[in-house]
Design a protein around this ligand. Structure first.
Ligand SMILES: Nc1nc2c(ncn2[C@@H]2O[C@H](COP(=O)(O)OP(=O)(O)OP(=O)(O)O)[C@@H](O)[C@H]2O)c(=O)[nH]1
Ligand SMILES: [Mg+2]
Length: 305
């Protein structure tokens, strides 16, 4: 590794409103789909680590849930998780979407990262949305006024130059380091099992409407990677109400089949195998999202290590 003296490495928290494009941005920067993305807010529930390594340094991205305010249940976990990501990070990237309804929502994020007293910079997202283009200058001014330069990105219309500009800024705000924090060949520290669970949750989020996806969790029951002739995965889709069961299954099992088919295809790609056996089982755990013990079992618990 050249230029050891200027080598940088550290944790960069990705902070923004729900649906701002945080996970999309991380996946784009690390060139791998690690964190799930859907059109619905509050997709990301717990922190997901993504790694970018180059000669100048190593960025350990921490993709966080969007900022929500709540004092109970799963939403309170989301809030604490995002706050804990801020605490655990060496520096922060504020992700500010030009499609945000009000400038105050972006100001709120800027205030949070400023208050942390950690080095930070901002990236404006969704700049391809031409009907919102008039907000770009306003947002740029706001970011400048708060002491950061404003990088801009559209993941629908990406360029290598944008990517490099953002990655350079990420490395700039990180502390000096002797060595990388993780193996430089890795894209993530997530294990295959949790990526599989997240892929299934993504397909549920995309397929199901209203409160159903928000009261749904995914838990692996059995994961036999070495099974022959192909890996075998048994997964529980946990729902909060008995009445959600027919919705998740769908007419003639249409929804569960769709979720299974889409998830299986993506899991096969991710695991780099021709075939996986995937069995989905719908399980009711009444109001699990309001129950601390049930949430803990599903790993929706702050892990401060
Ligand atoms: N048009 C457009 N859409 C984008 C862009 N970036 C993200 N999106 C879309 O915005 C939606 C939310 O993206 P995510 O990456 O899941 O957003 P997030 O901030 O991680 O959301 P949460 O995890 O729910 O907080 C998805 O439908 C994305 O496809 C962009 O640059 N342009
Ligand atoms: Mg996300």
């Amino acid at each position: 590794m050249s230029n050891r003296e200027n080598y940088k490495a550290g944790f960069l928290g990705i902070i923004g409103q729900p649906n701002a494009g945080k996970s999309s941005l991380m996946n784009y920067l690390i060139r791998e789909k690690i964190s799930i993305v859907t059109s619905k807010p509050q997709t990301t529930r717990r922190r997901i680590l993504g790694l970018h390594s180059e000669t100048a340094g190593q960025v350990v991205f921490i993709d966080a849930p969007g900022i929500v305010k709540s004092t109970s249940g799963l939403n309170s976990f989301l809030q604490k998780e995002a706050e804990d990501v801020i605490r655990a990070s060496d520096a922060l990237m504020a992700v500010l979407s030009i499609s945000e309804d009000s400038i105050e929502r972006n100001q709120e994020i800027i205030d949070m990262v400023t208050k942390s007293r950690k080095p930070w910079f901002a990236v404006m997202t969704k700049t391809d949305l031409t009907d919102k283009a008039h907000r770009i200058n306003l947002l740029r001014e706001l970011i400048k006024k708060n002491g950061s330069s404003a990088l801009a990105v559209s993941i629908k219309n990406t360029t290598d130059e944008d990517r490099k500009l953002i990655l350079d800024e990420c490395i700039k705000v990180l502390p000096k380091a002797e060595a990388p924090l993780y193996d430089t060949e890795l894209f993530t520290t997530e294990n295959v099992k949790s990526i599989v669970e997240e892929i299934i949750r993504e397909k549920c989020f995309e397929t199901l409407e209203f409160e159903v996806p928000y009261q749904l969790a995914v838990q692996t029951r059995k994961f036999d990677e070495d099974a022959k002739p192909c890996p075998k995965i048994f997964v529980d889709i946990i729902i909060g109400k008995e009445t959600h069961k027919p919705i998740v299954i769908g007419k003639g099992a249409a929804n569960i089949k769709k979720i299974g088919a889409e998830a299986r295809e993506e899991i096969q790609k991710m695991m780099d195998v021709d075939k996986v056996y995937l069995e989905l089982n719908v399980v009711v755990k009444n109001n699990w999202f309001e129950n601390a013990t049930a949430m803990k079992e599903l790993k929706y618990v702050i892990n401060t290590k």
